[in-house]
Design a protein. Structure first.
Lengths: 312, 312
């Protein structure tokens, strides 16, 4: 498979009810790559500064991720982000954001990165996402992330990129904000009308929903006893989804395939949040992912009796 | 089947982005009974005042609900509640609450109501819930609802009732508040340790989760294009769950049965919120409920490939 992801590589300082960690390797492209590399090689495209070390590059390469497109800016600083989570981990306060080299990022993809089968446009300025699409040689499948900041400030540019991708992968609140529609079903239908063939709505601890012309698919999050650090949950989910899609080169990318992809994304994200930062992703094995996909399958089954059996 | 529900019968004034309705027939026991009566007869136990009319009683009796245990207090007033929902229907402001005869309610069950197979203790003072349990003749299955007010003000009494029921059916936020545990899995396990054999966590637009010693079951809400009035969603869900359970007299009430019951509750609740108040419940047919249960089944299916098939 060949999978390219464009997004942030960062240092994160995170405080949760379970402790605090300083300057962990993070960023959307990092979480995405560590998840997607379960299925094959990935090329993250993103900038780092002179403070970024070889040991961090080695971590990125854990499962064969190709780091040729990590762009070094020796006289700049790597994106830094600090946040604190509330007691139930559902609220988060950003304490510090220093964009550093990420603020000046202009993605220039290598020929190998342009030649990808699957492209994931992480949460960057929509015109930069468009520029990446322009550079790529007609990938088989493309997906996009964004955030409320771009929806508010550059909605027209964002819609222009959305019109060009196969899948929009956003939080459900962002999908509502983008469309102004309170109903997720109606909002997703509006996005499908813009061009994409699928919308995946992330719902945090509640799971995720796929909407396509073939209908709905709804998947809960994996039930966990303890969440230690939710950072990167959405990005590792996206990495699992796209990694699975990229690995299925012989199959049609349809509703059924994306549903299974979401189960893999959900399983990987569930491991991710059980430890700080990328700690768990780094040593995660495919057999344990597969076991959780099986468990997800089990906890979503119910018998649907015929009318005759159920009427009292 | 024989099913008894104890709870409020009310007049509701509700404003949503889709309009406003005054003094509709409402209350937890009303929504519950109109849902549960899809599966057989139900006996609601609750007080009404002199302002309560015969036409409202007729509505309650729509599908054979027995109203012998509706307690008339001629010189009192029926519970009145007024609320306004926000644009996305996820927030609600209570504008007025006049408890009326519900404030003095002391449930006295008829012999027939005491002799129920299934008992649902709606959201009333926990010591009153205990008194109802004392009156009943060992029902086959009992479930309980409550609210944050009782969790805050009468937690000890609430725990005492919880110890005596088979199922706790609460919003996920209430389950967290009751146990002080942010993880739903851990919180539900703590409630199971108190005595019940199942916990059903309602998650509003996200669906519901069942936790029992047999594990988890997670079900999304039915995806709707338009929600007109969320009032009674939780109560009609509970009515569907308990109605289905009561109708399955020959079967063991286990994890699998409760999972199917939740699908029926979810389907009925989804119809309920598509119109104001009880309008849709009153004219709801079983075939259309069954069709939505089938659709819920369809939108939660995914293929779980073996490891061999998925590794790239």
């Amino acid at each position: 498979m060949s999978l390219t992801v464009v997004g942030s590589i960062a240092y994160d300082t995170v405080k949760t009810p379970f402790g605090e960690r300083e300057r962990m390797l993070g960023g959307a492209a990092t979480y995405f790559a560590l998840a997607a590399s379960q299925f094959g090689t990935v090329r993250p495209v993103g900038p780092v500064g002179g403070d970024f070390g070889d040991s961090e590059l080695e971590v990125l390469r854990t499962r064969g991720t190709l780091t040729d497109d990590v762009q070094f800016v020796p006289d700049g600083k790597t994106f830094f982000w600090a946040a604190e989570y509330g007691w139930d981990l559902n609220t988060r306060e950003t304490l510090d954001t220093q964009l550093g080299v990420f603020g000046e990022f202009e993605p220039q993809l290598s020929e190998a990165a342009r030649d990808c089968d699957v492209l994931f446009l992480g949460n960057i300025q929509p015109t930069l996402q468009s520029s990446v699409l322009d550079q790529c040689h007609n990938p088989r499948w493309t997906a996009l992330d964004s955030m409320n900041y771009w929806i508010d400030s550059t909605r027209d540019e964002l819609v222009k990129v959305i019109e060009r991708v196969d899948c929009v992968l956003l939080n459900d609140a962002e999908i509502r904000e983008l469309t102004g529609k309170p109903s997720l079903a109606a909002a997703a239908r509006e996005i499908l009308a813009m061009g994409p063939s699928s919308v995946i709505a992330k719902q945090g601890e509640y799971g995720a929903v796929l909407v396509s012309p073939e209908g709905f698919f709804s998947l809960p999050a994996f039930p966990l006893e303890t969440v230690v650090d939710p950072t990167g949950a959405g990005d590792s989910f996206a990495g699992g989804v796209c990694g699975y899609v990229a690995s299925q080169r012989e199959r049609q990318i349809d509703h059924a395939l994306l549903s299974t992809a979401m189960a893999y994304g959900t399983a990987i994200a569930s491991f991710n949040v059980e430890e700080f930062g990328i700690d768990r992703l780094v040593r995660l094995g495919f057999a344990e992912i597969n076991a959780r996909v099986g468990e997800l399958h089990r906890i979503t089954q119910f018998t649907h009796p015929s009318v005759e059996e159920t009427v009292a």
